[in-house]
Design a protein around this ligand. Structure first.
Ligand code: AHG
Ligand code: MN
Ligand code: MN
Length: 332
């Protein structure tokens, strides 16, 4: 029988002393929020969840209705959890302080409520990404409290809303996947101790940006595309879901490398993905599953954010491939 998420976390707490009771409660609350979001996603055109909300977020991106619905669901659940002092979201310009944040409220939550927004209306996999940090004590709670490197995360994970709905989690003791049982509403451990194969023949990049790439990325991709006829001496296959969660989930299942580089449009375009809502939590999951994650030069987990909505270049997945493309960056 598959353990429920709650049983799994309680067992981990007994065996390793972590997560603590407060963090366990918070993780279960986020998972509960993801189950509610999944129900909204499934409603599709039968609900009121498709289409644009007709407004922009702080990144200048048009928000979809589901971006806002997912954000509200997570805000509402998280505020009631009792474990949180504040929450930051890709969809909110400012941090949201939880009223009555007292001594119990030991954690900060960051989230990308709906990842892969361009996929919502076309019924392709989308997700939710979250990251939990410890709330610093003894200072007024401002945005500064959130500006911690990913290496300090207490928990991170994502839900993927695809043919199956999964919740994938790390608290620093490996990566574990739970499938939503729609009959009972329970998350059940179906993918314990996920490991990313070191080698792969699959890569993911938005190739429509080719003309903007810097030389190291161009070199790496040229070599992959040359396949058997080039220095790599094997053929590679390409996949691009346009939802980082979807691409990363595939990589956790069977290996691969995912890239969203910065390009010649920088500094306006220092990559597309957000360090704190997307790159850091996914980087920790990938490293915990035996893979690697860099910005081309450095481990993503070591980057100290300068601001909440900062963007970053991302290379992550199978270790040998990430090391190779990172080496190419250092070589120029
Ligand atoms: P979001 O929907 O949260 O804005 O994230 C979309 C991100 C990421 O999930 C995906 O890999 C990438 O943007 C897709 O970018 P392209 O539009 O270049 O395909
Ligand atoms: Mn996203
Ligand atoms: Mn999003």
């Amino acid at each position: 029988m598959h353990l429920t998420l709650s049983q799994f976390l309680s067992e981990a707490r007994r065996a390793q002393g972590a997560p603590d009771a407060c963090l366990q409660q918070l993780i279960e609350t986020v998972a509960d929020g993801c189950r509610t979001i999944a129900a909204q996603v499934n409603q599709g055109a039968l609900g009121c969840t498709l289409g644009s909300a007709g407004q922009e977020n702080v990144q200048g991106e048009i928000q979809q209705k589901l971006d806002l619905i997912a954000n509200e669901i997570l805000l509402e659940k998280a505020a009631a959890s009792g474990a949180l002092a504040a929450i930051a979201s890709e969809e909110m310009a400012q941090i949201h302080l939880i009223p009555d944040g007292g001594a119990q409220r030991a954690y900060l939550l960051l989230c990308d409520p709906l990842d892969g927004s361009s996929n919502i209306d076309v019924n392709v996999s989308i997700g939710t990404i979250f990251s939990v940090l410890r709330c610093p004590r003894g200072e007024p709670l401002t945005e500064r409290a959130f500006l911690q490197p990913g290496a300090q995360q207490a928990a991170a994970g994502y839900a993927v809303y695809g043919p199956q709905t999964l919740f994938v989690l790390t608290t620093g003791e490996g990566v574990h996947g739970f499938t939503l049982d729609r009959g009972t509403g329970l998350w059940r451990l179906t993918h314990p101790a996920l490991r990313i194969p070191e080698q792969t023949h699959e890569y993911a990049i938005n190739a429509s940006n080719t003309r903007h790439w810097y030389a190291p990325v161009q070199r790496y991709i040229d070599e992959l595309m040359a396949g058997k006829d080039g220095v790599r001496q094997k053929d590679f296959n390409m996949r691009w879901i346009a939802s980082m969660v979807g691409d990363v989930h595939r990589i956790l299942m069977r290996g691969g490398i995912f890239m969203y580089p910065s390009d010649r449009r920088a500094p306006l375009r220092p990559g597309k993905l957000r360090l704190m809502y997307e790159a850091s939590p996914i980087a920790w999951l990938v490293e915990q599953a035996g893979g690697a994650a860099t910005n081309g030069y450095q481990r993503i987990l070591e980057l100290v954010p300068g601001q909440l909505h900062e963007r970053v270049a991302v290379f992550l997945g199978s270790r040998q491939e990430v090391e190779r493309v990172t080496h190419y960056h250092h070589a120029v």
